[in-house]
Design a protein around this ligand. Structure first.
Ligand code: ADP
Ligand code: ZN
Ligand code: ZN
Length: 753
């Protein structure tokens, strides 16, 4: 007689955060076995009185964890739950299924932060004098060179009231400065209790713009689809200043008129005061913000306000997706190409796909916007999965900058050993003499490893993967080893360039600090500001440096990628990119895309104001399509080249990639585990083609004495990889050998490991 198999389900009876870590196990009755899924809402008898409670299934298995004689049974499945809570559970179940994690981890992602005991007071700064008086104070502080005060007053000229946290946060004005203005009777600080309607005064200020024909067509199509019950996903491709934000605001307002809510996602780094202000001025206190400056208590409050219907619009980074609105009509994702939309912690969900899922649950539309769309989104627009809109003209005037591409190999050949090309030196001198500002951008991505020839620019690449090799120290004879992060291929680092025989092979080693020193040697007296990971350790130092530069406190701003995002500098007329190819050669299939995006953004920093701009791109690979197309500001041309490469190599978005990251303190154990994992994967591949690559050591093979390995699975369909992930998850769970290993899944990773 065959033994009957029992199934058991872990359920949680209450999804307030504290209880999440304590699931209860129930027997799954035969009649429910085929219908019960993780994420389902069920009824269970609970406690001594066996009171019937609603609960959610977070896991199903065959291992009984308690005394089987005492185990209770699930009573039934609750059908068709549509409450806000059920939607959240459904979303968590979807995230768990598509990205891999436990249900508990997924629930923690989608559920709002717990209320902290202390509630923070909300304060607003209001001007206490008329506009003219503020203007005269502004003149005075400008003469006295009180930069912070000037910044605040300039804002107050435009604006009758400002949320206090923006004053100290985004504007970088100290409490002391505010105090002195308060004493002078120029401003007053108002707290929540006395402050009923923060922006009714200001709400009339930003008048609705009359949309251009191109903008109006977009709004009409999105709303038309929505009205006819076919909300869709749209990609809006438009250069900075082409009027995307205006389209966003119009769509949000259409949705709000229809009693629906809107989520506006913005990457944290681009979450600028100006953008917030525009929404704030348009929607008044019906809009709220979620960002990392808020305390958990404040975040909780924003969620409560959303739940209670007190707000219609939330602006924030990817976590804003989980604000518990009842009836979302629209999700906007600005700068949709940004890497920060992907979660770095498990479950490694991508906000773009998750937004589409949230929209599906609510019957909402999704609008993705970017000046340099991700390959994923543009590909989906090309294949008809998303609808594509394009805005071509810059409404703000200002021409695209003139771009000079400088071949660094030739500079070396013609005797210039400086890190500044002759063209860049000439233009820097010119700007300094005219008292215009410049930005020097060091593309530091991939700084750590890749090796190239300084004479001919040749980059050492993996013969199997067409990505560059990374240098690892400590090869035989201290010579160093070159390694591929995809497949594990390695070779000793050559002593001379295999292409031209030059002995000058290394990476581009200068950091921002050396650049600053060299600049000061070359132009004594030049005033500089530096922005990189070192100078922006504290939260507001980033804003402080930017506003100091904005306020004219320096001639040249030197920095890494963080300077090219989000901010507008009207007085910058020259941008120098010191080594464009640093990001090109990192061992990563997204290298070309990242380089194009960074270069396009960097070049676009010049000439935003009335003065025309110029940009210098210094590179060892002037012929590379990412450099050529970025210099020409031609996205379409870039896309065509890049997608051909992805097609050829079967990389996303054409095919799908799953990284299985394993880590373990015991190296030998890790290696054995990975081998078993791979063998198992091969066995369960089934009829569909799945390529297995690795296991290889990632770029950082060991962190804190924990060894790491990565195995890549490549398949045409995402579903195939989800199935593989499920099989691997089960395999890992039932084999005790994996107990000491940590396994994480990363679908279509933003970088290789
Ligand atoms: P993007 O979001 O693409 O950078 P914005 O929406 O910020 O572009 O628009 C750029 C500038 O043009 C803004 O100053 C905005 O106020 C202005 N603008 C946008 N649309 C219109 C319009 N239809 N009429 C007049 N000005 C507009
Ligand atoms: Zn060479
Ligand atoms: Zn390789």
């Amino acid at each position: 007689m065959e033994e009957k198999k029992e199934y058991y389900a872990d359920v949680i009876v209450d999804i307030s955060h504290e209880k999440l870590d304590r699931p209860f196990q129930y027997r799954v009755p035969d009649r429910l076995r085929d219908r019960l899924e993780t994420g389902a809402c069920v009824t269970v008898p609970f406690g001594n009185g066996n009171k019937l409670l609603k609960a959610y299934v977070v896991g199903i298995g065959q291992v009984c964890k308690y005394d089987p004689a005492k185990m209770k049974e699930i009573r039934g499945i609750v059908q068709g739950g549509t409450g806000a809570e059920d939607k959240m559970i459904a979303l968590a179940a979807w995230i768990r299924k598509n990205y891999g994690s436990t249900m508990i981890q997924a629930l923690k992602v989608v559920l709002p932060a717990r209320r902290s005991v202390k509630r923070l007071e909300h304060r607003t700064l209001q001007r206490a004098l008329g506009r003219e008086e503020i203007v005269s104070l502004l003149g005075e502080s400008r003469r006295k060179k009180q930069v912070a005060k000037e910044r605040l007053l300039r804002e107050l000229v435009e604006q009758e009231s400002i949320p206090y946290e923006w004053v100290t946060g985004k504007l970088g004005v100290s409490a002391q400065t505010v105090k002195s203005l308060e004493r002078a009777g120029a401003v007053r600080v108002i707290s929540t209790e006395t402050f009923r309607n923060p922006v009714s005064l200001a709400a009339t200020r930003e008048q609705k713009k009359l949309l251009s024909d191109a903008q109006r067509r977009i709004v009409e199509e999105v709303m038309g689809d929505f009205e006819s019950g076919r909300p869709d996903t749209y990609l809006l491709h438009g250069i900075t200043g082409s009027g995307k934000t205006e389209v966003y605001m119009q769509l949000v307002s259409e949705m709000v008129e229809r009693g629906r809510q809107a989520i506006v996602l913005i990457p944290e780094i681009a979450l600028t005061y100006q953008t917030l202000l525009r929404f704030y001025n348009r929607f008044g206190d019906r809009v709220s913000i979620l960002n990392s400056n808020l305390s958990p208590g404040e975040k909780y409050d924003q969620c409560e306000r959303a739940r209670n219907g007190e707000i219609d619009v939330i602006i924030g980074p990817r976590s804003a997706l989980f604000v518990p609105f009842r009836n979302i009509g629209l999700i906007i994702m600005d700068e949709e190409h940004e890497g920060s939309y992907k979660s770095e912690a498990s479950p490694k969900y991508h906000a773009r796909e998750t937004a589409i899922q949230v929209a599906r649950l609510h019957g909402a539309s999704v609008l993705l916007g970017s000046a340099t769309p991700s390959l994923e989104s543009y590909y989906r627009a090309e294949t008809g999965e998303y609808k594509l809109f394009t805005l071509k003209e810059r409404l703000t005037g200002g021409q695209l900058p003139k771009v000079h591409t400088i071949d660094l190999r030739r500079e070396l050949k013609e005797g210039n050993r400086s890190i500044f090309s002759r063209k860049l030196q000439e233009l820097l001198a010119d700007r300094l003499s005219k008292q215009e500002q410049s930005i020097l951008f060091l593309n530091r991505r991939g700084y750590a490893g890749f090796v190239s020839c300084r004479s001919c620019g040749h980059v050492m690449k993996c013969p199997h993967c067409d990505v560059s090799l990374s240098e690892h120290s400590g090869g035989r004879g201290g010579q160093g080893t070159l390694m591929c992060h995809y497949c594990g291929y390695q070779e000793p680092k050559p002593k001379v360039c295999p292409k031209c025989g030059s002995p000058y092979i290394s990476g581009f080693k200068a950091g921002t600090q050396q650049i600053e020193e060299k600049l000061k040697e070359m132009f004594p007296g030049v005033r500089t500001l530096r922005m990189d990971g070192d100078t922006t350790r504290t939260k507001d130092s980033y804003e402080r440096i930017l506003s100091a530069f904005m306020g004219g406190e320096a001639d040249v701003l030197i920095g890494t990628q963080m300077i090219v995002k989000g901010h507008d500098f009207p007085r910058v007329t020259l941008v120098g990119v010191l080594a464009a190819d640093l990001s090109l050669s990192v061992g990563d299939y997204r290298a070309g895309e990242k380089t194009f995006q960074l270069l396009t953004q960097a070049v676009g920093r010049a000439g935003r104001g009335e003065l025309a701009g110029e940009a210098v791109i210094q590179t060892y690979s002037p012929e590379h399509y990412a450099v050529v197309t970025a210099a020409a500001q031609d996205y379409e041309a870039f896309y065509q080249e890049e997608i051909r490469y992805r097609e050829l190599m079967g990389y996303p978005p054409v095919e799908n990639l799953l990284a299985v990251l394993a880590s373990c303190p015991d190296e030998a154990h890790l290696e054995t585990g990975c081998r078993f994992l791979k063998e198992y994967a091969v066995r369960v591949t089934g009829r569909e083609r799945v390529d297995l690559i690795g296991p290889a050591s990632p770029g950082i093979g060991k962190i804190n004495d924990i060894y790491r390995k990565v195995l890549y699975l490549k398949a045409e369909r995402y579903d195939t990889l989800v199935r593989m992930k499920n099989r691997l998850e089960q395999y890992i769970e039932v084999n005790a050998g994996f107990d000491t290993m940590r396994i994480q899944f990363d679908f279509n990773p933003m970088q290789v490991f």
